[in-house]
Design a protein around this ligand. Structure first.
Ligand SMILES: Nc1ncnc2c1ncn2[C@@H]1O[C@H](COP(=O)(O)OP(=O)(O)OP(=O)(O)O)[C@@H](O)[C@H]1O
Ligand SMILES: [Mg+2]
Length: 194
């Protein structure tokens, strides 16, 4: 997750513009998650765009990762089984969201933005993705103060220790002289060249 956030920082910076300061706080010793990286990148970018839209005069976006141990009560509050989760939280010091907006924010097509600006699908897709991944999304917001949206994803144990170690190349039997090597590439451009 930390690597994914670091890899997105430049794109986010360019997307939100120079009026907004970005701070990424990567938790050291962060646990691993098993999640679709493209959807996760998409979710993060969407949260940052929401934050930008809530700060028309500029402000600060903080992206923070964390390890969360949800006990019975904390898990019940989030409608999740108790256990270990990784959180990805995006906060801003923008307009904030009134109660009725928070309640409807995950509804598909719910938007407070002018026609043509928002489709109202950002948060509903993030919600669908988080639930599908065994996680949750929560909005913490105060009108006039800002908003924090947190995605919780279950900790993934298998292969965690190897996460930073490049996997050794699989040994391939050496070919002998006179053998034919067949290379298959489904990239359309490559097919055009051959
Ligand atoms: N960080 C935020 N600060 C204030 N309001 C927010 C924030 N994030 C979401 N909202 C509110 O929730 C609504 C729904 O958000 P959502 O991301 O689902 O749709 P959208 O941003 O309006 O459109 P889209 O994401 O499809 O372009 C927004 O229209 C806005 O009113
Ligand atoms: Mg949005």
């Amino acid at each position: 997750m930390n690597r994914l956030v670091a890899g997105m920082e430049e794109l986010i910076r360019r997307t939100v513009g120079p009026q907004i300061e970005i701070e990424a706080v990567a938790k050291a010793g962060l646990w691993s998650v098993l999640a679709d990286p493209n959807q996760l990148e998409n979710a993060l970018l969407n949260l940052c765009i929401n934050a930008r839209d809530a700060m028309p005069d500029g402000g600060r976006i903080t992206i923070e990762t964390g390890n969360r141990w949800l006990d019975d009560r904390a898990a019940r509050e989030r409608d999740l089984p108790p256990g270990q989760y990784i959180s990805l939280c995006v906060s801003d010091n923008g307009t904030g969201m009134p109660r009725d907006v928070i309640e409807r924010a995950f509804d598909p097509f719910f938007t407070t933005k002018p026609i043509g600006v928002g489709t109202g699908l950002g948060l509903s897709m993030i919600y669908g993705y988080a639930r599908q991944s065994g996680g949750q999304v929560r909005i913490y917001s105060e009108v006039g103060q800002g908003t924090m949206v947190c995605i919780y994803l279950p900790r993934h144990h298998v292969g965690e220790a190897q996460a930073d170690v490049p996997t050794a190349a699989t040994a391939i039997e050496r070919t002998q002289a006179g053998e034919t090597v067949l290379v298959i590439d489904d990239e359309p451009l490559a097919a055009c060249r051959t």
